[in-house]
Design a protein around this ligand. Structure first.
Ligand code: IVH
Length: 677
């Protein structure tokens, strides 16, 4: 009986956890207003994972643990849509919108009295989401509008896609069948961050958010989709056996109440009103957090829109009013090369200045040297350039028809343009690197990062001052900032006493920044604010972190083999050790309170001592040691009465006999792994 009670309690806990995780996920990804920390969220998820591991029979497809779970597929299967997934007619100016209005008013006179909903037209990918009894059961691409492709496992990984509706208790009861239409996309901020990460890792950057979202959704391996920052906004119901609201505004409210992220919308009393809203969004386009290529003006009355019907694939009741193009052509005057903080060389286009949507553009990114070659971009070419939001403008490619024969092929530099040392290429990466630790360009970027807001937050130390400090030889590494004196600064151009005093004060104040900020400030490849926070939870200070092993680092959340390697490499470099020693001497040495069990994950081997013998197949000896230590255990060399377990591989030595003789339990690799669950 007690046993049954315990099982029932566990099942109740599982349900509660699922509900809570769905809810916090919704607060984070849909409402953008989390009420618990990432850490607390991870704890809830870890608890659920543990219960599901003990009871695999309780796993259901809508469990939050299933977002990243599915195995790669061989191909996508076709899905017939329950109703056509329609497209939209376009208007490019006000005249076009008025013509549309007059056309439909001739068909239905009540249009002249109609009200409208105006929404941004998101430049993403249409998805069709099927719910049965409130559970997400199928997700498809638009395809040709009649038949799409089944990308359910990929869509499950998109955190903004509700797996179960309604999200909050008290939400409306979902109908038995509900098919919702929305747009999957990547925000401009996430896109920029993704490219920074890739560039720092020496990998290829993506061209634009839409192509990246499209490529990510059509991956056969959902784990790849899961690694991309995709999100969703919904705006329509394609099919249901429940009620359909009478107006589009009520439909959007209903989707929101069920827990879907819903596109922003403005209710307009007249067409003139809608045109004003269009102009507002067009002028404030850079404030829209994603790429929008226009607005959609929709009749608010769903009955009226249905009565008007469809022309071809375009419903008469709505129209897309496009924003002016932000793609222009101009001449490529030359190609410059930047040196980044990690030494990556990045080419950029020097352009004949051109106005793109109200901004004069003189430079644009060319991504990497392979891109220039693949697109056959030549100096003096006429090139197409695109600008979107805050994303750096980029060169789309050459206009081949405009070639005169005077264009020249660009040769990537063999030496660093900043320090003149030979550049290097690492296997598996597209980037070329300047590996000179003393390269002034890298140093400037390094210092710029060190003092930035998310790192040491040294106010008043802008890029111009950093350049001056490096140029006059006052700063050879980030630690030199802490030995700057009043006299040094007063010798610089533009420095009066007050300014120098303020700067010295903010440098001194930065000494009390917490460990996680100092780790961020070091600028280790792949170690941004989140990873730094995890490291600061695990290690007391930079000294302890500098001793961390590869295996140990990989047990921390958010750290894979590449980042772990980058951390180990960073601390192994003598130049960096010198910087650490200088920071220590300057008093920049925060001590954190490590919460071993938090950052390090569970410590099931705590208090147990292991000895390893023979050749293991899944681990090197060092890795097995790291694995045991990362889970709280200790590893010693010889079997004694203190040994808790002997781990045995192929061709064990005499330790095995000794363990047998003294009754020490013997484990193989699998048994070792199962000890930690
Ligand atoms: S309504 C019948 N609303 O734009 C309804 N579409 O060029 C037709 N899109 O394929 C679509 N944002 O993928 C609608 N707020 C929005 C939209 C939107 C983006 C896309 C959609 C459609 C394309 C039409």
């Amino acid at each position: 009986m007690a046993m049954e009670d315990a099982i029932q309690d566990k099942q109740k806990r599982l349900e509660k956890l699922r509900g809570e995780i769905h809810y916090h996920n919704y607060r984070y990804h849909v409402l953008d207003s989390p009420v618990i920390s990432d850490y607390e969220y991870d704890r809830l998820l870890a608890e659920l994972v543990q219960i599901e591991k003990e009871h695999p029979e309780w796993v259901t497809p809508d469990s939050p643990t299933q977002r990243a779970g599915a195995a790669p597929a061989e191909r996508f299967t076709k899905v017939e849509h329950p109703a056509p997934i329609l497209s939209l007619g376009n208007a490019f100016d006000e005249g076009g919108v008025r013509e549309w209005f007059e056309r439909i008013a001739r068909l239905e006179a009540s249009v002249t009295q109609a009200d409208f909903i105006v929404e941004p037209k998101i430049d993403g990918l249409t998805v069709v989401l099927h719910y049965r009894e409130g559970k997400f059961v199928l997700g498809a691409t638009r395809g040709d509008g009649e038949v799409g492709e089944d990308i359910t496992p990929n869509l499950r990984t998109v955190r903004a896609v509700p797996l179960s509706i309604p999200i909050s208790q008290g939400g409306p009861q979902p109908p038995e069948l509900l098919v919702v239409r929305g747009e999957v996309f990547i925000t401009l901020k996430d896109f920029a961050a993704l490219n920074v990460r890739l560039e720092e890792a020496g990998e290829k950057t993506y061209l634009n958010p839409r192509n990246t979202a499209a490529g990510s959704l059509r991956q056969l391996d959902p784990a790849i989709t899961a690694s991309r920052p995709l999100t969703l906004l919904t705006y329509d119901i394609i099919a249901t056996n429940g009620r359909i609201p009478a107006t589009h505004s009520a439909l959007l409210t209903y989707l929101g109440e069920l827990g879907f992220p819903v596109v922003e919308s403005v209710h307009c009393r007249s067409l003139d009103d809608a045109l004003r809203v269009y102009a507002g969004w067009r002028d404030g386009r850079d404030r829209i957090p994603y790429e929008a290529d226009g607005v959609v003006i929709k009749l608010n009355s769903i009955g009226l829109a249905n009565a008007l019907g469809v022309v071809g694939k375009d419903p008469r009741g709505a129209i897309a009013f496009k924003f002016p193009a932000r793609e222009v052509t101009t001449r490529l005057l030359g190609i410059g090369v930047n040196v980044g903080r990690t030494g990556v060389l990045t080419p950029y286009a020097i352009l004949e200045p051109v106005n793109i949507g109200g901004v004069i553009v003189k430079q644009a990114t060319l991504h990497n040297f392979d891109y220039i070659q693949e697109k056959d971009i030549r100096i003096a070419d006429r090139v197409a350039v695109k600008r979107a939001g805050d994303v750096i403008p980029y060169v789309i490619g050459p206009i081949l028809e405009a070639r005169t024969g005077a264009e020249t092929v660009f040769t990537p530099p063999q030496i660093c343009p900043a320090c003149g040392q030979a550049v290097e290429h690492f296997t598996g990466e597209v980037a070329w690197y300047c590996v000179n630790a003393a390269c002034p360009a890298q140093l400037i970027r390094n210092v710029e990062h060190f003092v930035s807001r998310g790192a040491m937050d040294i106010v008043g130390l802008g890029i111009k001052i950093v350049e001056q400090l490096v140029a006059v030889g006052l700063v050879h590494d980030v630690a030199d900032l802490y030995s700057l004196k009043m006299g040094d600064l007063l010798d610089l151009e533009g420095f009066a006493e007050k300014k120098a005093e303020n700067l010295l004060q903010s440098i001194a104040a930065s000494k009390s920044q917490p460990l996680q900020r100092v780790i961020t400030a070091l600028g280790i490849r792949g170690v941004g604010e989140v990873v730094a926070a995890n490291l600061a939870r695990r290690y007391r200070d930079l000294g302890e972190l500098s001793q961390a092993t590869l295996g140990e680092l990989q047990t921390l959340s958010g750290i894979g083999p590449n980042i772990a390697q980058a951390i180990v490499d960073w601390f192994a470099r003598p130049a960096n050790q010198r910087v650490l020693a200088k920071l220590h001497a300057a008093g920049v040495w925060p001590v954190a309170q490590p919460v071993a069990a938090e950052g390090a994950g569970p410590q099931p081997l705590a208090g147990q001592t292991f000895v390893i013998t023979g050749t293991l197949s899944g681990f090197t000896r060092e890795e097995a040691k790291d694995f045991i230590e990362a889970h709280g255990g200790k590893v010693t060399d010889s079997v004694s009465k203190k040994t808790s377990y002997l781990v045995v591989g192929e061709n064990p030595g005499s330790k095995l006999d000794k363990a047998k003789a003294s009754g020490v339990p013997i484990l193989d690799e699998d048994a070792l792994r199962s000890l930690v669950g």
